[in-house]
Structure formats: structure tokens, C-alpha cells
Ligand binder design. Structure first.
Ligand code: GLC
Ligand code: CA
Length: 559
């Protein structure tokens, strides 16, 4: 694999609204990020992806952009952004922006112009189509519920397409003029000094242009728009063009958010000849999912999590590096989701961290993950802000759930679980703001916060630091960053075990993913214990037998 500067980094995702508020208005901001750069540096972070900070009406929390060239005043100014870039550079931290170009906001000037003249040049920036006698052109359902088609205000029988909320009209990538506008904007930011982009919802840019009905998959007579994506061909032409015209000239780091793509085609998406440098590995996150909605999900075990990780690595390690995550701003907290209730302890949190950071790939830590933040408690649906959670709540009600039952369901999966403010200290609102936070802080902010964990040798935070440091320790970097990942004792239940084999060193990661103790027999002697989530030293027997306690995780050097 051809080496790239980002391969040995550890990345961190900032959800800016909830990271750190510098001026007491309850909303995290750019100056807040600047103030915490030393914290990130100390953690060992080399790349920071910031969720959208562009001007936005915040219908979908900034993923609805009304001006790609402006910073939203809630976050600060362009001068703040320039300062952030300078300060990050001093600390050798690369800043990655969110690139949201499948859609924009209905408040964007392009859409406003399209509204005035749907048959003019800006009408061509969107998908505006005639309906069927006042009904939508076809039966596709949007990600956030309801039809993808919204009547164009002021016109009879004209509709525009939105894969997400109706305030997020999809941009027409078939139009070369639109594509050039996007490339120009990308180059403008790269020119400014951002290192690259996390590319939002990008698989959606290619539609099946026949705009025809598909067989209904729910009682509403509609069909998930994602089904249509399978018959939309040619996305790679757009993506390779974007690489050539916008990313490549700047040698930009690019990481795609990609669901619903053909796994056989991975090498077209990542690696040397791919259109992106990396994509997120969502395999574990797709487990248990259902086309029918959250109410129809199945529980997921740690062994299924392991199998999903191993399967992805088996495919990707010959091709390129995918990014490992246990959570992000669209997912519940990983420790609440994947660890069984009994394993949601400090040990369990460290174990999950190790699986993510020691697997082949670029690890991304989502803010608060490094201190073991958990899902929040939802007392009523009124506490929910997230647009997709509100839809899933309705869907559950429509399927016979009581309010309480539906609330319990959304509490498990809600995107708001990860969006509560970062917990910095024992002060009010977790020390996130001196004002009133835009979203209430998690009730456990008194017990889980940075200030308490920073000085503690055995805290979750300190364990993350050790894992990150291990990734780049000169003697292990080659094995951990580039070494092959090979399963060990794959048939065992409640065990995640794998080798990372480099040219010189071999590491073995052993994670007992249950509360029962067990003994594992190794085929070779231990050379060194590199990390252990228990304080007591490991007692191995002469014939390489290793006792593992409840949710114990150890990282060994072996032969
Ligand atoms: C991506 C974002 C998500 C957003 C959606 C629409 O999936 O991560 O937060 O709602 O795209 O932009
Ligand atoms: Ca603020």
C-alpha cells in the first residue's frame, strides 16, 4: 500500500454545536474549538473533522447549507475559521470540513432563484418535475419520512425532489454547471488551508432518472428511495470528475459517507485508484437494521459486531484503509449500543475502544467517546430535537406502539444521544456553557467528564491516550497501521481476538466480551503485555495460558 500522511493518524469528529461554547449563548462555536485544541493535541489527535459550520437554517443541524462560503454566525466568523486553521496547523492537526453537496438548503440563493423561475438556469440546479395530476411523480420515500417530492410553492403540478427533509432540495448533478459550482467551492476551501473533506450522503447524487414507481415496501404505498439507488448507474463518473477537478490538485484528504454501495466495487471508491482516500466502515452499524424502521430492529451481539469488523477488514485490507468508528452524530453512543448492559463499565468501554483503535483502518473518535459518554435518558418526545427521531417515533406509533413504548425505542437509537453537549467538568451543564445549552446535557455529567479523568492513570480517557500512543509507537506503528489483521479463535463465542502482523512485530488483541472468566491458550509465548484494561498484572502460565476476567482486554506482543 502506498503510504499517505494520514495513515498513522488518529482522527476526531467534532459536532460543533455541542463541543464547547466560548460565549455563553448555549451553542458550541469555533472559538470554543480553538480553546480545546491543546486538549485534542494531548489526546494524540492528528485530524479533526468538523460537522458543518456553514451558514444554515439548521433544519437538519447544519446539513442544510444556505451559503457554502459563509460561516454561520452561531459558530463565529470567517476570521475565527482562519484562526482555527492557523492554530491547528501549529499543533500539526489537519482540519477536515464536512462537504454536503447532495443537497443544499431551500434558503440557498440557487433554490430561491429556481423558485422564481423553475424553467430558467437555476431550475436546472435541482430536480423539478411534473407530477401526475397533482400527485408526486413517483412513490419514493425520503430518509426522514414522507415523499421525496414536495410541491414547488406557487406552481400547479410541479414538484422538487429531496432525499432528506423538504428543506433540503437535492442538487442536480447531471447539470455540468452545478458540478462546476461545487468544484469551485471545494477548491476555495482547500486554497484556504483545509486538509480535506468528509463527504456527506454522497451515494445519493446519482438518481434513477426514469423517476418511476417501485413496489411499495410499507403500508404508506411508498418505497425507500435507497431502493432506487441500486438502479442508478454511473455515480463513479461524477466522483472521479470531482477528484480530478477539485481534490487531486490539492492532494486533499477525502473520506466518504457511503451506504448502499456495491462492496465488490470497493477499489473504485478507496485506495490509490479510488475516487476517495477512505470511507467509513459502517458494517457494524448496519447490524440489526430493518427497512421497516427502528421499531423493527433486532438486537446485536458483540460476536456479530466482531464478525462484521472482520468481514470488512478481510475485504478492505488489500485495497485501502477504511475508517473505524463506534459512533458518530447520526448514531447512538457505541458503548450503550454494542456492550451488553452488564458490560457497560469502564472495562467494557476500554475494550470497545481497543477493538476500534487496534483494527486495520483510520480510527475516528467521536467527541465524548474518549471519556465513555453514554446514551441519554429521554423522558418525553418533547425533549427530542432530531428530525429523523421524530419520524421514527411516528412510525412506531403507527405500528401499534404506545407513547411509552415508542419513546423507549427512539431512546435506544436516537441521533440526539450523541448530540448532547460534551462533558468537560463537574460544573453546571458539564462545563460546556455558562448559559443554557441548546440541547440538555446528559444527566450523568457529574460523574463522566474530562476534568475528573484527565489526571487519573486508569481512566477511560487515559486508556484512549495509551491506545493512540501505541498506534504510533515507533516499534509498533508498522504492525498496527499497516500490518495484516487476522482473526484468532473466530469460532469462540463472546470473544473478539485478532492478530496484527507486521514485518517485524506481531500483536495479539484479546477481548473477553462477556462477564464470565475464561482461559485462552495461545499458540506461542507472550513477549510483552502492551495494554491491559485491568490494573492487576496478567498472570500467564508457562504453557501460554491466559486467564481473562469479565470484559478483560489485553494487547500482547507475541511471535
Ligand atoms: C448525513 C449526515 C446526517 C444528515 C444527512 C443529510 O447522513 O451525517 O447528519 O442528516 O446526511 O445531510
Ligand atoms: Ca457560542
Amino acid at each position: 500500500m502506498k503510504k499517505r500522511w494520514w495513515h498513522n493518524k488518529t482522527a476526531y469528529q467534532i459536532y460543533p454545536k455541542s463541543f464547547y461554547d466560548s460565549n455563553g449563548d448555549g451553542i458550541g462555536d469555533l472559538r470554543g474549538i480553538i480553546q480545546k485544541l491543546d486538549y485534542l493535541k494531548d489526546l494524540g489527535i492528528g485530524i479533526v473533522w468538523i460537522s458543518p459550520i456553514y451558514q444554515s437554517p439548521f433544519i437538519d443541524q447544519g446539513y442544510d447549507i444556505s451559503d457554502y462560503y459563509a460561516i454561520d454566525p452561531a459558530f463565529g466568523t470567517m476570521e475565527d475559521m482562519d484562526e482555527l486553521l492557523r492554530e491547528a496547523k501549529k499543533r500539526d492537526i489537519a482540519i477536515v470540513m464536512d462537504l454536503v453537496v447532495n443537497h443544499c438548503s431551500d434558503q440557498h440563493e440557487w433554490f430561491q432563484k429556481a423558485l422564481k423561475d423553475p424553467f430558467g438556469p437555476y431550475g436546472e440546479y435541482f430536480y423539478i418535475r411534473e407530477g401526475k395530476d397533482g400527485n408526486p411523480p413517483c412513490n419514493w420515500r425520503s430518509y426522514f419520512g414522507g415523499s421525496v417530492w414536495e410541491p414547488l410553492p406557487g406552481y400547479d403540478n410541479l414538484f422538487y425532489l429531496h432525499m432528506f427533509a423538504k428543506e433540503q432540495p437535492d442538487l442536480n448533478w447531471e447539470n455540468p454547471a452545478l458540478r462546476q459550482e461545487i468544484y469551485k467551492m471545494i477548491r476555495w476551501w482547500l486554497e484556504k488551508g483545509v486538509a480535506g473533506f468528509r463527504i456527506d450522503a454522497i451515494i445519493n447524487i446519482k438518481k434513477d432518472l426514469r423517476f418511476e414507481d417501485f413496489p411499495a415496501d410499507r403500508e404508506d404505498g411508498m418505497c425507500a428511495a435507497t431502493t432506487m439507488l441500486a438502479s442508478a448507474h454511473g455515480i463513479l463518473d461524477f466522483l472521479m470528475e470531482m477528484k480530478k477537478e477539485a481534490f487531486a490538485p490539492y492532494n486533499a484528504f477525502t473520506i466518504g459517507e457511503l451506504f448502499d454501495f456495491d462492496q465488490q466495487e470497493l477499489k473504485r471508491y478507496i485506495g490509490e485508484d479510488g475516487c476517495f482516500e477512505s470511507i467509513f466502515d459502517f458494517a457494524p452499524h448496519l447490524l440489526g437494521g430493518s427497512d421497516h424502521g427502528w421499531y423493527n430492529r433486532r438486537p446485536v451481539t458483540m460476536d456479530q459486531f466482531r464478525d462484521a469488523v472482520f468481514a470488512s477488514k478481510a475485504i478492505s485490507q488489500e485495497i485501502g484503509m477504511m475508517a473505524n468508528i463506534i459512533e458518530n452524530h447520526d448514531e447512538p453512543r457505541g458503548v450503550s449500543r454494542y456492550l451488553p448492559a452488564e458490560g457497560q463499565t469502564e472495562q467494557g468501554k476500554k475494550l470497545l475502544a481497543a477493538i476500534s483503535l487496534m483494527s486495520f483502518g483510520l480510527p475516528f473518535i467521536y467527541q465524548g467517546q474518549e471519556i465513555g459518554m453514554t446514551n441519554k435518558t429521554f423522558r418525553s418526545i418533547e425533549e427530542v430535537d432530531d428530525i429523523s427521531t421524530l419520524d421514527e417515533y411516528q412510525v412506531a406509533l403507527e405500528h401499534g406502539y404506545t407513547g411509552e413504548g415508542a419513546l423507549a425505542l427512539v431512546a435506544e437509537m436516537s441521533r440526539d444521544n450523541a448530540r448532547t453537549p460534551m462533558q468537560w467538568s463537574e460544573e453546571a451543564h458539564g462545563g460546556f456553557t455558562t448559559g443554557t445549552p441548546w440541547l440538555p446535557v446528559n444527566e450523568n455529567c457529574q460523574t463522566i467528564h474530562v476534568k475528573e479523568q484527565e489526571p487519573q492513570e486508569n481512566s477511560v480517557l487515559s486508556f484512549y491516550k495509551k491506545l493512540i500512543a501505541l498506534r504510533t509507537a515507533p516499534e509498533y506503528e508498522e504492525a498496527i497501521v499497516y500490518g495484516s489483521q487476522e482473526p484468532f479463535l473466530e469460532e469462540e463465542t463472546d470473544l473478539t481476538a485478532f492478530y496484527r502482523k507486521g514485518q517485524e512485530k506481531t500483536l495479539l488483541i484479546l477481548a473477553n466480551t462477556c462477564s464470565k472468566s475464561r482461559t485462552i491458550t495461545l499458540p506461542a509465548p507472550i513477549k510483552k503485555v502492551l495494554l491491559n484494561n485491568y490494573a492487576a498484572p496478567l498472570k500467564a502460565t508457562p504453557n501460554h495460558q491466559i486467564p481473562l476476567q469479565s470484559y478483560q482486554l489485553i494487547i500482547l506482543e507475541t511471535t
